[in-house]
Write a protein that binds this ligand. Structure first.
Ligand code: AMP
Length: 284
């Protein structure tokens, strides 16, 4: 595996691959790899001749300088893990390579970017995500780009952007990888102390409670919300929402696919998680 730091070098590398009609898979990341990142890399490796993993802690999507400074970084460990998984290139550019002086463009998806994560993290969050994803798609030109369903709203926003801007790429969203006790893997979990690590289970418990309620026949979204919210008493919840997974419209009745999304502060860490529910008729 090679590490590439400039756009010109990566383009040169990919030109050769394209000349041989190879397919290219891209996994955009901010590093501090865990099994969630690994699953995206494995999927890309299984499906493409060339696998490019980008590692870039994107300042444009952070609304809080302290959060950006505290974001875990360990490039040498990440590089070892990516190499082990058979990744061809780790693209790890410095900030000035991506945002040179005078950079002044931003890609914004209206509506979807302004609710839930967008409301909590500010309107710049998804504009930062969309701008970096657009740049990476333009730099790499992958056949497929891999994302985690863990960031469900990011998946929805990026899908909308790719559709609206006719970007020639297929997006794949892969299931959330969890610890055995249910906690969704996140690079931020390293900042959870032992007590907060236990309290953090409230998020997956809330989602499980919603899932169980719907599996048991509950279709009233307000009732499902109450049942899930009861699990969040020990954490500082920001939102718990039951929405249409495609357009994030709030649901009142769960009669088709429903996304339950939650965000909460647990100690020093802000966590998000979600589950997609698919109600099936209950036998009577
Ligand atoms: P990040 O480095 O946190 O920006 O994440 C890079 C990619 O990995 C994003 O598409 C995330 O949605 C995905 N990802 C993060 N955590 C998980 C997880 N627990 N399971 C699956 N994918 C994940």
């Amino acid at each position: 595996m090679r590490t590439i730091r400039t756009i010109a070098e990566l383009r040169g590398y990919l030109k050769r691959a394209r000349g041989q009609e190879m397919t290219v898979g891209l996994v955009p990341t901010m590093g501090a790899f865990h099994a969630g990142h690994h699953s995206l890399m494995r999927a890309a490796r299984a499906e493409h001749d060339e696998v490019i993993v980008s590692l870039f802690v994107n300042p444009a999507q952070f609304n809080d300088a302290g959060d950006l400074a505290a974001y875990p970084r360990n490039e040498s460990q990440d590089a070892a893990e990516a190499a082990e998984l058979g990744v061809d290139v780790l693209f790890a550019p410095p900030v000035a390579e991506i945002y040179p002086p005078g950079f002044s463009t931003s890609v914004q998806v209206a509506g979807l970017s302004e609710i839930l994560e967008g409301a909590e993290r500010g309107p710049g969050h998804f504009a930062g995500v969309c701008t970096i994803v657009t740049k990476l798609l333009n730099i790499v030109g992958p056949d497929v780009a891999y994302f985690g369903q863990k960031d469900a709203q990011q998946v929805a926003v990026v899908k909308r952007m790719v559709r609206d801007l006719d970007i020639p790429v297929r997006l794949e969203a892969l299931p959330t990888v969890r610890e055995p006790d249910g906690l969704a893997l996140s690079s931020r979990n390293v900042h959870l102390g032992p007590d907060d690590r236990i309290r953090a289970l409230a998020l997956s418990r809330a989602l499980k409670a919603a899932e169980d309620a719907v599996a048991g026949g509950e279709r009233d979204a307000r009732r499902v919300h109450e049942i899930a919210a009861a699990q969040l008493r020990d954490v500082d919840a920001e939102y718990l929402a039951i929405v249409d997974p495609a357009n994030f419209d709030a649901l009142t009745t769960i009669d088709g696919r429903a996304l339950v999304a939650v965000a909460a502060h647990v100690g020093p860490v802000r966590l998000i998680d979600n589950v997609v529910l698919q109600p099936v008729p209950v036998a009577t």
